[in-house]
Design a protein around this ligand. Structure first.
Ligand code: GLY
Length: 373
């Protein structure tokens, strides 16, 4: 048999800007006029039922008045919509409106919207460009930046997806003020995660300025937007596809994602993450990476952010232990956890490996011993 060698070496420049500011809708249109989406004339604005009337309709109308063709695609708000079915429904609606390869997707909303729309963009007509217009703190802190896109399955969150980088990300800080407090707290969980894994200074900043953040004080909001990006991108720029280092961004997520699924999404992502971070501090104590006073500091900051760390009574803790095995870090059937070393650093297991294998019994004891509510 003859062998034909296909040589396809790639040099890719996926660089892009993240712009944080207040009410950036007009700026988005100006950037598009200046070539952000190349010469694309047709835009699919994807949003959810909460954000539709607040931002997405306005952006669609602005696009139309600027002479572009634009259609709005809306799905029911909530994590339960982040499914293959919703993806297919939006794709079918786009096909019916004759969207082809020469279009651009604009995701307007929180993490569910940007995760779903970014995934649609990656597969629609084998890939079209997309822009994220993030309206929540959670999306600004984590979901809309970094290029991870996915949908959930009944088994677990984010199991089906692709790495796909946007053309640009807008973080609309003005939009945070429209959010219910639970959503702000949820975004603060990802923010505290970043502080725990990378910056003691940022941790102290959050501790000192928590009231300012809740009052949407401009300097404090801009600072957390900037620090979240700085910390996340310091990692992503070194390991976009999570071959090693990027696993540190999973701090608290092994238990967090599992409890989010077991709660059947009664817990918001960040609320689940807060419980995951608390479980991880107990693991860190167990392995001697965190002192008792450091553990209390983390738990106290989570409380200041109006996040609860006790396990709700409706959670079946044994089901939670079993759900841990759906984590993407599981290797050869073994649970692996990212564990903080003090405040502002992650424990390194081996050279360049940050997820530490942990026996099921150790994790089970920690989960069973967590306070309930
Ligand atoms: N949310 C973790 C990451 O982006 O890698």
């Amino acid at each position: 048999m003859n062998i034909f060698h296909v040589e396809l070496k790639k040099t890719v420049d996926d660089s892009y800007d993240i712009e944080a500011g207040y009410s950036l809708e007009e700026k988005l249109i100006a950037d598009i006029r200046n070539g952000l989406a190349g010469n694309v004339q047709k835009f699919a604005v994807i949003t959810d039922s909460n954000v539709k009337g607040l931002y997405a309709e306005k952006i669609t109308a602005l696009l139309k008045s600027a002479g572009y063709s634009a259609s709005l695609f809306v799905f029911e708000a909530g994590e339960k919509s982040k499914t293959r079915q919703t993806k297919a429904e939006i794709e079918d609606a786009m096909l019916a409106e004759e969207f082809r390869r020469d279009c651009c997707i604009i995701a307007v909303g929180g993490g569910v919207v940007t995760d779903l729309a970014g995934f649609i963009a990656g597969t629609y007509a084998r890939g079209v460009p997309f822009i994220n217009y993030a309206t929540t703190l959670l999306a600004a802190a984590d979901a809309s930046v970094g290029g991870k896109t996915a949908v959930d399955t009944p088994l677990a969150t984010n199991l089906i997806g692709i790495f796909n980088q946007p053309e640009k990300v807008y973080l609309d800080i003005a939009a945070w003020q429209t959010l219910p407090p639970r959503q702000i707290a949820s975004g603060l969980a990802e923010t505290i995660k970043h502080a725990c894994l990378a910056s003691h200074e940022f941790f102290e900043y959050l501790d000192t300025h928590m009231d300012d953040i809740w009052a949407f004080e401009k300097t404090a909001c801009e600072h957390i937007a900037q620090e979240n990006c700085r910390i996340k991108y310091t990692v992503v720029m070194q390991d976009e596809h999570e071959k090693g280092l990027r696993e540190v961004l999973n701090l608290g997520h092994t238990v967090g994602r599992a409890i989010e699924t077991v709660s059947d999404y009664r817990l918001l992502h960040g609320e689940a993450l807060a419980i995951g971070l608390a479980a991880e501090t107990a693991l860190a104590r167990h392995f001697g990476y965190l002192s008792a006073s450091e553990q209390s500091e983390v738990l106290r900051l989570l409380k200041k952010a109006r996040l609860q760390t006790a396990v709700p009574s409706y959670i079946d803790r044994e089901a939670l232990v079993q759900k841990l095995y759906t984590d993407k870090k599981v290797k050869n059937g073994k649970l692996r956890f990212v564990i903080q070393q003090g405040i502002g650093k992650i424990a390194e297991y081996e050279n360049g490996v940050y997820a530490i294998p942990v026996e099921e019994e150790t994790v089970r004891k920690i989960i069973m011993d967590m306070p309930g509510r």
